[in-house]
Ligand binder design. Structure first.
Ligand code: SF4
Ligand code: SF4
Length: 311
């Protein structure tokens, strides 16, 4: 496995409307997608980084983007391995087309099961499992699949449905992972039922981390951040992909968060045990000025989300 990755959120549009959606960096369900200029800048950026970066194309629902198939074709032709994630709301033909284009370049294709929406779309679980079987039969042999199951507001009916998804996963040797809902860099434990969720947060405060150097998250507007946790802070903003002088950091920097909520940099061994207190203080100083500004700017959104979760 590579120790480098880039996540590119190409659209905030989605086929589902999950109540807990927090994909957008503004905690709002905006509907924007990467423009032609952002997509082109991204492709040109790929020309300047080494081919051992894994590229994850995500959303919202990434497959909704009108240039999705063209983009993955170009990334493959540039020689990169690609990871995808879907909420499994499309017809099987669309997945087949993805497999046909990417073949062995498709490293992972994960499926997120948002149970409220799944219950609406696949009232009869057999419809879901028949499509899942087709998906598994069509995928390239080298592509791995994992089921992600966010847990929120569970009822007996939802638990029963989740149990049937788990039985399918066991029968087909598919890995699965439960997820807690995150809100503003905190896990929200609300009615997670009988399932045990492993919160993968870790205190990495002031540890040197290679995110921003060996990994980055690019938003649909072209703004680039070191990691998902850092998307609300200024000191971890790397610039916009459209800038002609944009480049990733070339050194590791300290983490300024008491708990890292980004599983990938930990998984890819990007966080070192070394600490750098002085740089952490400087970076925190920058955020100290920026965060109150951001809080005031997003006050209405924050209030409505808090109401929704804790009422
Ligand atoms: S499927 Fe994902 S991106 Fe779409 S609404 Fe649900 S949580 Fe948000
Ligand atoms: S340790 Fe985690 S939260 Fe901190 S900078 Fe690295 S990836 Fe981001």
């Amino acid at each position: 496995m590579s120790d480098k990755f880039i996540d590119f959120i190409i659209t905030q549009k989605c086929t589902y409307k999950c109540a807990y959606c927090s994909q957008s960096k503004n905690q709002t369900k905006n509907k924007s997608s990467a423009s032609d200029s952002v997509i082109n800048a991204f492709l040109s950026f790929l020309n300047h980084i080494s081919k051992d970066f894994e590229i994850t194309i995500t959303g919202g629902e990434a497959m909704l983007h009108p240039r999705f198939f063209e983009l993955i074709t170009k990334i493959k032709n540039l020689g990169f391995k690609i990871n995808l994630i879907t909420n499994f709301s499309f017809e099987i033909e669309k997945y087949k087309k993805t497999f046909d284009i990417l073949n062995d370049s498709l490293n992972r294709f994960d499926i997120s099961f948002h149970i409220d929406e799944i219950l609406k779309k696949y009232k009869n679980p057999n419809d879901l499992f028949s499509k899942l079987s087709d998906f598994l039969n069509l995928k390239p042999d080298s592509t791995s699949v994992c089921f992600f199951i966010p847990l929120f507001d569970l009822t007996n009916e939802k638990e029963k449905y989740i149990d049937s998804i788990l039985s399918f996963a066991h029968a087909n040797n598919i890995d699965y992972e439960f997820q807690n809902i995150r809100f503003l860099n905190k896990y929200v434990n609300k009615k997670t039922g009988k399932y045990k969720v492993q919160n993968k947060s870790k205190n990495c405060y002031s540890n040197l981390c290679f995110s921003g150097c060996k990994s980055a998250v690019i938003y649909e507007d072209g703004n680039v951040y070191r990691c998902y946790s850092s998307r609300f802070t200024k000191s971890n903003y790397l610039g916009n992909i459209k800038s002609s002088d944009f480049k990733l950091n070339n050194v590791s920097l300290p983490c300024v968060f008491k708990s890292c909520m980004c599983p990938k940099p930990l998984l890819y061994n990007q966080v070192t045990d070394k600490k750098d207190r002085l740089k952490t203080i400087i970076l925190q100083g920058i955020n100290f000025i920026y965060l109150p500004y951001l809080f005031i700017k997003n006050l209405e959104i924050v209030k409505s989300k808090l109401k929704q979760y804790f009422n």
